[in-house]
Design a protein around this ligand. Structure first.
Ligand code: THU
Length: 140
């Protein structure tokens, strides 16, 4: 699936966002190495910090389905510039291999980045005493 089609999928998912508090709907579409696409939307809560962003919802959906390596992630919102993931989502995204991240807005502006460009000098499992490398072996 090409970046344009994946971004269109993200826009479809975005229509299901639950964002009554911010009014800012975000959609994410995560393309697994298998070719399957996993959707995510932001799901807000009356207790504001409880809400989850679209990107982390998409990762959770993919991991739940058994997929842990990805070709691309498209993120879209009605933002003046292509929608960039928040800091917490960047940390979540660098946990799993993703070849490219497509930032988009509904006006059609697009910016393609790598996870390392989004979060340079990231904290990761490599510095932990006992490395958690479960994503390398889905059957572990
Ligand atoms: N949000 C996302 O879902 N992804 C982003 O990349 C940026 C922010 C959500 C969180 C919250 O529900 C709303 O957008 C406003 O911050």
């Amino acid at each position: 699936m090409n970046d344009k089609d994946l971004t269109a999928r993200a826009a479809e998912f975005r229509s299901r966002a639950y964002a009554p508090y911010s009014g800012f709907s975000v959609g994410a579409a995560l393309l697994g190495k298998s070719g399957k696409v996993y959707g995510g939307v932001n799901v807000e809560n009356a207790s504001y910090p409880v809400g989850i962003c679209a990107e982390r919802a998409a990762i959770a959906a993919a991991v739940t389905a058994g997929e842990r390596a990805f070709e691309a992630l498209a993120i879209i919102a009605d933002s003046p510039v292509p929608c960039a993931p928040c800091g917490m989502c960047r940390q979540m995204l660098v946990e799993f291999p993703i070849a490219r991240i497509i930032l988009a807005n509904t006006a059609g502006d697009v910016c393609v980045m790598t996870p390392a460009e989004l979060l340079p000098h990231a904290f990761g499992a490599a510095v932990l005493p006992e490395k958690e490398t479960a994503h390398e072996d889905p059957h572990r």
